[in-house]
Design a protein. Structure first.
Length: 384
């Protein structure tokens, strides 16, 4: 027999339903949304003054609570999956760093072998952040592993991952970019652009070849100048692309986020974390790849050089910040952290929405977007 959840609001793909009941079937799927309960219903959970929203989808996350995907550790992958439920995340893409081909081969194989043993947030693919970047905008990526894009390498990663690779980031000024993007698209892999000194025209050519995401907008890319629009200008002006935002208040000023929202719109702005292993761990020394990192005052920075080294942001905090900064309503911010990221990598049929017959992965929030509970397949898995 189905269970019904009463809520003040239920956030859907393009609307908010007020004062309604959400059905969750015994199979752990979403059912109907009704204003009145059917007869003889016995199983009801009352979230009368709260909001029910789709589980969040983090398509750019390196680690959490002491573990990093590049550790190549199955237990670490499972721990990240479990703990992301405390952040409202029910689906994610384990994200790699620029590293050797051999190391990336091993990590792709590890995820393929172990992702189905994860009991928390669901692994929906793999995001390869690099290694085909440009040294000038290396950020916290290791330049000794950077090179021109290799179709052979991507083909091997797809094979070793069992087809899980569904997103890869490259710098569009490298040699061989156009055939690489065309190959990736043919394999169902979304090409993202980042860590790049590309001109506007180089970025535009990459988008015309099939690239469709700009990762962590403004960070690690050539900036906007009125005579040289650069990567930022391309990300703000080209059609039919998604722009990722790290809404932690450190990577991007809220006014710059507002500019991005006006340019890209609510449907093409994607909230991500770019979180590294120090997320959820407090201040102190940590590590990203081969580099030492100092976590202090809400930021993670390389000990040597001081560059931002990913973030320690939790995705629900990004949602809350967008609301606090008055850049979005709760429902708009939720979609930027659920539906939009799912759409950006083509997994919207599986997650990111409250929609009949898909897995009942959802969260419960108060009116300030504070997380109250996380459900996976209709089962309560985290409660504040």
């Amino acid at each position: 027999m189905s269970k019904y959840y009463k809520a003040k609001q239920i956030i859907l793909d393009s609307s908010v339903v007020e004062e309604a009941f959400l059905e969750v079937t015994d199979e752990g799927k979403f059912g109907e949304i009704v204003s009145d309960l059917p007869a003889n219903v016995e199983r009801i959970k009352d979230y009368e003054n709260l909001i029910i929203a789709p589980g969040l989808v983090d398509t750019h996350i390196h680690g959490y609570q002491g573990y990093d995907i590049m550790d190549n550790d199955p237990e670490g992958l499972r721990h990240i999956s479990d703990q992301l439920l405390t952040c409202g995340v029910t689906s994610f893409l384990p994200t790699t760093l620029t590293d050797s081909i051999e190391r990336l081969n091993a990590v792709c194989s590890m995820i393929k072998t172990n992702y189905q043993t994860c009991q928390g947030a669901k692994v929906r693919g793999i995001f390869l952040e690099g290694p085909f970047f440009t040294e000038k905008y290396k950020g916290a990526q290791n330049p000794k592993y950077m090179s021109d894009p290799s179709i052979d390498a991507l083909s091997e990663w797809i094979k070793l991952s069992g087809g899980l690779v569904n997103k890869i980031a490259i710098a569009p000024e490298r040699q061989g970019v156009i055939p690489f993007i065309e190959y990736a698209k043919a394999q169902g892999v979304h090409t993202a652009l980042a860590h790049s000194d590309a001109s506007y025209d180089q970025a535009k050519a990459a988008v015309e070849a099939g690239a469709d995401i700009f990762i962590h907008l403004y960070n690690g890319m050539s900036g906007l100048h009125h005579r040289n629009p650069g990567m930022v200008g391309a990300a703000l002006s080209l059609k039919d692309v998604f722009a990722e935002i790290i809404a932690d208040g450190h990577h991007v000023h809220p006014a710059a986020i507002e500019i991005a929202l006006k340019a890209r719109g609510l449907e093409e702005t994607v909230l991500i974390t770019d979180c590294m292993r120090a997320g959820g761990m407090g201040e102190g020394i940590s590590r990203l790849g081969e580099f030492d990192v100092m976590v202090s005052e809400g930021t993670a920075r390389l000990v040597e050089g001081g560059s931002l080294a990913g973030s320690i942001l939790e995705l629900i905090q990004g949602v809350q910040n967008m609301v606090k900064w008055e850049l979005a309503t709760v429902d708009q911010a939720i979609r930027m952290a659920s539906l939009n990221p799912a759409r950006s990598v083509g997994i919207q049929a599986e997650c990111g929405s409250i929609r009949k017959d898909i897995a009942a992965d959802f969260i419960v929030l108060n009116q300030k977007a504070d997380l109250q509970a996380t459900y996976l397949d209709g089962q309560l898995r985290y409660r504040v």
